[in-house]
Design a protein around this ligand. Structure first.
Ligand SMILES: *Cc1c(COP(=O)(O)O)cnc(C)c1O
Length: 396
């Protein structure tokens, strides 16, 4: 990752086919488009590959999450349990639905701790939203059990885990709905785009309408469509879908590269006793976009992260990162929005002002993370492995 490292002839060909017809919109203009339907083709390709019945493309991963929330009926007064370690888009989508984000601890899998989820359930809980962070999965068996026992919706934020799987099923296809992001730094990218995946026909029909102003898409042309419910414009364009289609066909290659590289990087650290690795609930299903390492304590991890940065490795120390961990989400903690929240939501959000997550802190502050690039040669991989080991050893 990211997929843009492997842009080439294939992406250009798909885009040019769209440019030749001049029909940049995914709906309508049936005659003028001369049989070119890139968004539809990409939806079918995703559905085929992942063995999921329905796919609705959207303009971004955030739009996909927002669309899924609406299609699942999540809104005002509903609590959505989600991890305190994720990308900001996860809570943005909950807030945009008018629902209440209930943040809970993660465990050493860097995803939702099922015990913390259980403890957070109230009569207002409507959904659990695991985030398959950094390419690997949450404990979906445990979370599905909790959903079943408590009659809750499972919405997978699989935006960072395209192509990952859990016990033989692709991430994003296991819950009531799942979402992907194709933003510019994701495994498969089309600059901006996303997808809602579901096996539930009603969730799909609602996603299809919601992401296009509520159109039912049943009329002979757009003007003849009815609007059974309100929607917004979260449509993807044909240009974006065209890039996505070429990228999608490369997914298996990307996964193979990432998995091979990760194996080599991990092997190079085997003989350092202070190193342990992220817990992965199903190793075979890791999409291997990142390598996460735990060191014995915060001081060592911070030192190692600095050394990695100094030697030019693409690394993250999430404890100090502004985008992915609660500790630095000041705008969220302080409820700083441009327009007022509904009063009940505003009151709920106040608790985040001085909230801390000591259990997650103690995990994240020991974690260093390295991005796995797609365009590394064998020599590059050997060089990165050498530098990674040296950086860690210098910190211990
Ligand atoms: C990237 C991402 C999103 C949102 O995707 P955009 O396409 O950038 O809107 C949502 N959740 C997670 C975990 C992400 O990493």
């Amino acid at each position: 990752m990211p997929g843009f490292e492997r842009f080439g002839e294939e992406e250009r060909k798909e885009v040019n086919e769209v440019l030749e017809t001049g029909i940049l919109m995914r709906y309508g203009f049936d005659g003028a488009r001369k049989g070119i339907w890139k968004a539809k083709e990409l939806e079918a390709a995703i559905s085929d590959k992942l063995n999921v019945k329905y796919v609705q493309l959207t303009s971004s991963g955030t739009a996909a999450l927002t669309t899924a929330m609406a299609a699942l009926g999540i809104g005002a007064g509903d609590e959505v349990i989600m991890p305190c370690f994720t990308f900001v888009a996860s809570f943005e989508a909950v807030l945009s639905a008018g629902a209440t984000p209930v943040l809970v601890d993660i465990d050493e899998s860097l995803t939702l701790d099922p015990a913390a989820v259980k403890a957070a359930i109230t009569p207002h809980t409507k959904a659990i939203m695991p985030v398959h962070m950094c390419g690997a999965m949450a404990d979906l068996d445990a979370l599905q059990d909790i959903c079943r026992e408590n009659d809750l919706i499972l919405l997978e934020d699989a935006c960072q885990a395209i192509g990952g799987s859990y016990k033989g099923k692709y991430l994003g296809t296991i819950g009531d709905a799942g979402t992907f992001s194709f933003d510019f730094v994701k495994t498969v990218t089309c600059a901006e785009g996303g997808a809602v995946l579901t096996n539930n026909e009603s969730v799909f029909i609602k996603s299809d309408g919601f992401s296009d102003h509520g159109h039912d898409h049943l009329g002979a042309d757009r003007g003849a469509d009815l609007h059974p419910f309100l929607g917004y414009n979260f449509r993807i364009s044909e240009l974006h879908a065209a890039v996505g289609l070429a990228q999608w066909r490369k997914l298996d290659t990307f996964l193979e590269i990432q998995r091979n590289t990760k194996k080599k990087l991990k092997a190079s650290l085997q003989d350092i006793p202070q190193v342990s690795f992220r817990k992965i609930h199903d190793e075979a299903g890791d999409s291997a976009t990142f390598l996460e390492i735990f060191l014995p304590d915060q001081t060592t991890a911070a030192k190692a992260a600095a050394a990695m940065k100094a030697s030019g490795l693409p690394s993250f120390y999430y404890f100090d990162n502004n985008w992915h961990y609660f500790r630095k989400w000041d705008h969220f903690k302080n409820g700083i929005a441009l327009s007022p929240f509904a009063p009940a939501l505003r009151d709920y959000l106040r608790q985040y002002e001085d909230k801390t997550f000591p259990v997650s802190d103690a995990i994240i502050n020991r974690c260093i993370c390295m991005l796995i690039n797609l365009n590394w040669s064998e020599e590059d991989i050997a060089d990165k492995a050498y530098k990674l080991k040296a950086a860690i050893q210098s910190a211990i």
